[in-house]
Design a protein around this ligand. Structure first.
Ligand SMILES: [Cu+2]
Length: 417
C-alpha cells in the first residue's frame, strides 16, 4: 500500500482502514481500488480474445481391465488377477475418448477404461472445451469416487477448471462437467485425474496433451514458435509404472499402503516390452479372439518409432510415474529443446537447449527431444535403470524398452496428424 493511505497520516490509520488496506493488498489490487475511490477513472477496456477455433472433446472416467506381458512370472495372488476376464490380467481406472458417441454408446463404455489416456492435441490460440463424464466403477460399486480433469502445467486464471477437488469441483458418478481452457503456451503437457490422486493416477487416469504453436500456420511443424524447433515426425513417449499389488487391492476391496510402492511393470505409453513393439489399436474395435488387438485394445498405443534416415524426429516425453526415469538412445545425440512445456531459451533469446544421450525425467515432468534419424537400421530406446527393464522381476528384457526403426530416405510417406 502507499504511505498516504496507511502509515503517514494518523487519522487514516484507523482499524477499519488498516484492515481494508490489508485485505485489498492481499488481493493484489488494493492500490488501484483505493485510488479509484478517491478519483474515479474510466474502466479499462477488457482484452478481447478471439479464438482461432473451438475444440470440443468428450472424455469418460471409469474402470476396466488391461493385460501386462503374459511371459512375466506370476506374483500370487496379485498378478495375474483372478478376477480379470480373459484375456486381461490387471485392474485399472482410466479415461476414454467418447467424442461424438450417442448417450447409449457413452454409457456402454462403463467398465472399459484404457490406460495411457487418449492423446489430446490443441492449437495455441484456440479455445478448448473438455466434457468429463463419470461413469462410475463397475468392479467397485461400493466406491463413490469422483473424477476430475487436471491439465498439469496449465496456467489457469481461476481454480474452477484446475480439477483439484479440495479447490474446485469434482465430477460425481453419473454427471458431466465441462472444463474450459484457452491454450496460450505451446509444448508437451499432461493431464490426469486429481481425485484421490495417488490412487487414481497409479490406476491409470493420465495421459498427454500437445499444444501446437501458432508458427505451424506456415505449413511446417514446430515444437515452439522458433524455427530451431522444426521437426518432421513426432512420437509420444508417455512414462509410468504399475504396482500389481495395489491394482489387485483395488479390485479386491483392499487398501494399499503407498509408502511401500514398488512397481512391477515400467511402461512406455501404457505397455511393457515386448508389448511396446505391437501396433496401435482402437479401443472401440472388436478384434478377433486371441489376437494382440483384443488383448491390448485398452492400452492402445504402440511405441515403435519409424522414420526415414535424415529426418528430424520429435519425442514428446512425459512422466506421471512415481519414480525417476532416464531414457537413453545409444550413439545418437538427443537435442533437448523444451522442458515442462517451456522452450529452453533465456529471456534474451539465448539458446539453453542441450545435447545428451540420456534424458532424465522426474514425475510430473516433460521433455521435448529432437534427434536426426541415423542410418537405416533398428535402434533401442530404453530406461538405463535395469530394474525398469524387466517385467515383475522376471528374466530377460521387459519394461521401458522400444525400437527406432529407420528406413532409407524417401521410404515412408509424410506423417499424418
Ligand atoms: Cu479419478
Amino acid at each position: 500500500m502507499t504511505d498516504d493511505t496507511t502509515s503517514s497520516v494518523s487519522p487514516l490509520l484507523s482499524r477499519r482502514n488498516f484492515l481494508r488496506a490489508g485485505v485489498l493488498g492481499a488481493a493484489g489490487t488494493g492500490v488501484a481500488m483505493y485510488a479509484s475511490k478517491q478519483a474515479p477513472r474510466a474502466a479499462a477496456a477488457a482484452p478481447t480474445f478471439v479464438p482461432t477455433k473451438t475444440d470440443e472433446v468428450h472424455l469418460v472416467g471409469t474402470d476396466g481391465w488391461v493385460s501386462m506381458p503374459t511371459s512375466a512370472p506370476p506374483v500370487d495372488p496379485y498378478w495375474p488377477d483372478s478376477y480379470a476376464p480373459n484375456p486381461y490380467n490387471m485392474y485399472v481406472f482410466g479415461f476414454r475418448n467418447v467424442t461424438g458417441l450417442s448417450d447409449a454408446q457413452v454409457i456402454a463404455q462403463r467398465g472399459l477404461a484404457q490406460i495411457s489416456a487418449p492423446i489430446l492435441a490443441f492449437d495455441e490460440g484456440s479455445e478448448v472445451k473438455i466434457s468429463l463424464t463419470n461413469l462410475g466403477l463397475s468392479q467397485r460399486p461400493d466406491l463413490v469416487d469422483g473424477h476430475t480433469m487436471h491439465w498439469h502445467g496449465f496456467n489457469n486464471a481461476i481454480p474452477i477448471f484446475d480439477g483439484v477437488p479440495e479447490m474446485s469441483a469434482s465430477v460425481p458418478i453419473g454427471k458431466t462437467m465441462i472444463y474450459y481452457y484457452r491454450p496460450h503456451d505451446a509444448g508437451t503437457f499432461m493431464y490426469h485425474c486429481h481425485f484421490e490422486d495417488v490412487e487414481h493416477v497409479q490406476m491409470g487416469m493420465n495421459g498427454l496433451i500437445y499444444v501446437r504453436p501458432k508458427m505451424n500456420a506456415d505449413g511446417n511443424r514446430y515444437v515452439y514458435n522458433d524455427a530451431r524447433t522444426k521437426y518432421d515426425r513426432e512420437f509420444p513417449l508417455y512414462l509410468s509404472e504399475v504396482q500389481p499389488e495395489s491394482h489387485w487391492r483395488d479390485a479386491h476391496i483392499q487398501i494399499t499402503d503407498w509408502a511401500s510402492y514398488d512397481p512391477g511393470f515400467s511402461l512406455f505409453n501404457g505397455r511393457a516390452y515386448p508389448d511396446t513393439l505391437e501396433g496401435t489399436f482402437d479401443p472401440m474395435t472388436v478384434y478377433p479372439a486371441g489376437s494382440q488387438g483384443e488383448r491390448l485394445r485398452y492400452q492402445p498405443r504402440g511405441s515403435v518409432i519409424t522414420a526415414n534416415a535424415g529426418e528430424t524426429i520429435l519425442l514428446r516425453i512425459a512422466s506421471l510415474g512415481y519414480i525417476r526415469h532416464t531414457i537413453t538412445l545409444d550413439g545418437v545425440p538427443l537435442h533437448v529443446v523444451g522442458a515442462d512445456a517451456t522452450q529452453l531459451i533465456g529471456a534474451d533469446g539465448h539458446d539453453n537447449s542441450y545435447i545428451t544421450n540420456s534424458v532424465a525425467v522426474g514425475p510430473g515432468e516433460s521433455r521435448d527431444v529432437l534427434f536426426t534419424a541415423p542410418a537405416p537400421g533398428t535402434y533401442k530406446l530404453y530406461d538405463r535403470n535395469f530394474s525398469n527393464l524387466s517385467n515383475d522381476g522376471g528374466g530377460g528384457y521387459g519394461g521401458m524398452l522400444t525400437e527406432i526403426r529407420v528406413s532409407a530416405p524417401g521410404t515412408l510417406p509424410a506423417q499424418a496428424r
